[in-house]
Ligand binder design. Structure first.
Ligand code: UDX
Ligand code: UDX
Length: 468
């Protein structure tokens, strides 16, 4: 099939490269000339596993790049819209990019085409996209608007796309549903997985994935409700972690006990410094705003957001309680990205904390395997960048772990202790076992668990089942 994907950002670029890998001819459209030039030259603008392989496999063959949206629409039978939908000041999604794309697409509709929302949008957007296209003089018989939300996590976006839990297509006509079924047929009929050059299957993938066909409005809601639910799960466990801290329980043990109930499940129950990224904060706010507009006061979502913000403040208080005053302290920081496996720093809780620490007069030396360049673009002064975790720890009064990169969970603890001025680790992601850290001579603070000290006292008290 001939497919156009509008917006070559985190979502569009991954979707376009994966559609090409499924055998479709894809035109990736963007209005950012620099980005297009870089993509044409073989550069990969984002850090995403398997994306470089897919781009080099299909670039200039099944995958081309263009700034001419009208022409791309004319050449394609399906047009996916994946431009950004940033939040406005009041928390609603700004749909002006989606609107201008819809307007331009209408000029390229000269035969039946399906216009598909891939961006996360409020529930009434498909109606508006349809109205805009009609207003620009397009024959109503020549197009349908559908919704096909993505559930990609940054860092694992390619495998999330090719090995999804489910594919949701929201269509209000059989004709558009058939077109989208055909787009995903290599996944749903399993033929992609039999190919010798298929991207390797991750753990937990159940193939072939089911396809769920709904109305357009239901699909739009599925996306907002899924992200809001996952954010709620994280805020819930962060709230439970705070209770654990008050009573001396261990949140990891609680998570294990709660998460093994198959009705709840263990995933997205990791306590930490709160969720960030380009989706959860924006989507929870947008869903709250949509609900309000539709007459439902979804106050549960206010609480999800409040707990999330509070989580960062609680972490700052923890740093204070470990180090007392912060002015002039040298702090090593591991992690700047909003989560492990990505270079994305949008709404990163790690960056928020670094800024707060700098404001309090600390000196921060940070290391992140992928996000230092992007951090440098937004924070030029006050922060020093290190070449490794050990360099960040060198001479520091304490080490703070702010992003859940896998490599931060496997540090050589002996070497780390030697690098630090004081062996204090404040872990916002619970990457280590407090008993192990204490045994290795660290004072170790984490989330929802009692602090551990080199003498091992709190751990021993806990072992006896008494309160710390
Ligand atoms: C996407 C979705 O659009 C968003 O709704 C979802 O919640 C998160 O993922 P993302 O891919 O992360 O956003 O956005 P971004 O990386 O900003 O990419 C958007 C791209 O669209 C950019 O490359 C931008 O240049 C391009 N764009 C934007 C256009 O081509 N035309 C426009 O009118 C606006
Ligand atoms: C999310 C959704 O998971 C994905 O389905 C959707 O398409 C886009 O938004 P993403 O933002 O890439 O994906 O990252 P995700 O892995 O969901 O993590 C979001 C934030 O929550 C990160 O800051 C992460 O550190 C945090 N998180 C996640 C936790 O604090 N605890 C957890 O258990 C899981």
């Amino acid at each position: 099939m001939r497919i156009a994907v509008v917006g070559s950002g985190y979502v569009g670029l991954v979707a376009g490269a994966c559609f090409a890998d499924l055998g479709h001819d894809v035109i990736l459209v963007d209005n950012d000339q620099q980005k297009l030039a870089a993509l044409r030259n073989g550069q990969v603008p984002i850090h995403e596993k398997f994306l470089p392989e897919l781009l080099s496999r299909h670039r200039a063959q099944r995958l081309t790049f263009s700034d001419d949206l009208k022409e791309a629409a004319r050449l394609s039978s399906v047009i996916f819209v994946a431009v950004g939908t940033p939040p406005t000041e009041s928390g609603e999604a700004d749909l002006s990019y989606v609107e201008s794309v819809a307007r331009e697409i209408s000029g390229g509709i000269d035969g039946y085409k399906v216009v598909v929302e891939k961006s996360t949008v409020p529930v009434y957007t498909s109606d508006w996209v349809r109205k805009i296209i009609l207003r620009n003089g397009t024959d109503p018989e020549l197009f349908d608007v559908a919704s096909n939300p993505e559930f990609l996590r940054e860092g694992t976006a390619v495998t999330d796309f090719l090995f999804p839990d489910r594919i949701v297509i929201g269509c209000d006509s059989d004709r558009s549903a058939d077109v989208l079924r055909e787009v995903y047929a290599p996944l749903t009929n399993g033929s992609y997985y039999k190919r010798s050059d298929a991207i390797p299957q991750p753990d937990r993938a159940s193939i072939p994935p089911p396809i769920i066909v709904t109305s357009t409005k239901s699909a739009e809601l599925i996306k907002h409700a899924s992200n809001a639910f996952l954010a709620m799960k994280i805020s819930f466990i962060n709230a439970v972690a705070s209770v654990c801290e008050s009573v001396g329980a261990d949140v990891n043990q609680v998570v294990h006990g709660v998460g093994t109930d198959s009705r709840i499940g263990p995933r997205f129950l990791n306590p930490g410094i709160g969720y960030g990224g380009s989706c959860f904060p924006k989507d929870v706010m947008a869903f709250r705003a949509v609900a309000r507009e539709c007459g439902y006061d979804f106050r549960l979502l206010d609480e999800v957001m409040r707990i999330n913000e509070d989580q960062r403040q609680r972490f700052l208080r923890k740093v204070h309680s470990a180090l007392w005053t912060l002015r002039g302290k040298n702090l090593g920081v591991l992690g700047l990205a909003f989560k492990g496996g990505t270079d994305d720093i949008r709404e990163s809780p790690a960056l928020f904390l670094v800024q707060a620490l700098l404001q309090e007069g600390s000196k921060v030396t940070a290391y992140d395997p992928a996000a230092m360049e992007r951090t440098q673009e937004v924070m030029s002064s006050g922060i020093t960048f290190a070449n490794s975790a050990y360099e960040a720890a060198h001479g520091a009064d304490a080490l703070l772990i702010l992003t859940e990169w896998e490599e931060f969970a496997n540090l050589d603890l002996n070497r780390l202790r030697q690098e630090l001025k004081y062996p204090i680790v404040i872990d916002g992601r619970n990457l280590y076992d407090p008993e192990v850290m204490a045994a290795q001579g660290f004072t170790y603070y984490s989330i929802g668990r009692a602090a551990a000290h080199p003498d091992g006292l709190p751990a021993a008290v806990l072992k006896n089942g008494k309160k710390a």
